[in-house]
Design a protein around this ligand. Structure first.
Ligand SMILES: Nc1ncnc2c1ncn2[C@@H]1O[C@H](COP(=O)(O)OP(=O)(O)O)[C@@H](O)[C@H]1O
Ligand SMILES: [Mg+2]
Length: 231
């Protein structure tokens, strides 16, 4: 459904991605893992159109969207939860969820459904974004993305720095989201959470995809993958 084909991208004079090919199919859950600085976030920014492709192509449902700006990429049904979550601090949790509602695609995800998924957010609905814990902010960032009813959700290290019990809550929620048919790309530095959710994996190193395969190949190549992610 959404793919990068041999994409180069970077920041100023620095090239960060070297011929990256990566795809996610409708309803699929795909993991993008690798150590810090490997190029995972840059790959999501390229998928989202935040960074232009300097070479190669970006495609959605088989047609090129290489030059499509980020707001139009969103409208295709591509949701993005950045690493820093970008919660609006002065707004309440509920305002964070409903902001931008006019541009939302119609679909099953509503305020009520987000609160069903994350009951903690319902309890904290009147709290300001800045007063929420890291885990609550991550739930809020995911909930806000869901409100737009995307067809594919790009999640940049959703569990980073969070307590194990919150990691479990988020992993369960992502499984529910994907189980209802939304495609998910999950970026993590290790495979603990991706292994629970994904059947296809890509491992990045130095701005390139160093390994890609399914669950069986992943198990068979485990030593090599451990070296790539520096376990
Ligand atoms: N805003 C930026 N400006 C310049 N270089 C950047 C920027 N963001 C990332 N980089 C560089 O791009 C490379 C890939 O970074 P990134 O995609 O953030 O890696 P990851 O998400 O896997 O940790 C790194 O060498 C990093 O230093
Ligand atoms: Mg990153």
């Amino acid at each position: 459904m959404l793919e990068l084909c041999a994409v180069d991208a970077g920041y100023g004079n620095a090239q960060a991605l070297h011929g990256v090919s990566f795809s996610v199919g409708a309803g699929e859950a795909v993991a993008l893992i690798g150590r810090n600085g490997a190029g995972k976030s840059t790959t999501l920014k390229a998928l989202m159109g935040i960074l232009p492709c300097r070479a190669g192509d970006r495609r959605f449902e088989g047609r090129s969207i290489a030059g499509l700006p980020v707001h139009r990429t969103s409208r295709l049904g591509i949701g993005y939860v950045p690493e820093d979550r970008q919660v609006f601090g002065p707004l309440t949790a509920e305002e964070n969820l409903t902001v931008g509602a006019r541009s939302h695609r119609p679909g099953p995800w509503t305020l009520r459904r987000v609160y069903d998924l994350f009951p903690r957010l319902a309890e904290r609905r009147h709290a300001r974004g800045q007063s929420l814990s890291g885990g609550e902010q991550q739930m809020l960032a995911i909930g806000r993305a869901l409100m737009a009813n995307p067809r594919v959700l790009l999640l940049d290290e959703p569990t980073e720095g969070l307590a194990p019990i919150i990691v479990d809550t988020l992993a369960d929620a992502i499984a529910i989201i994907n189980g209802e048919g939304m495609a998910v790309v999950i970026v993590e530095q290790n495979f603990a959470v991706p292994q629970r959710l994904c059947r296809r994996f890509a491992v990045m190193e130095n701005g390139a995809v160093a390994w890609a395969g399914d669950t069986a190949a992943f198990a068979a190549d485990r030593d090599r993958i451990d070296r790539l992610i520096g376990v």
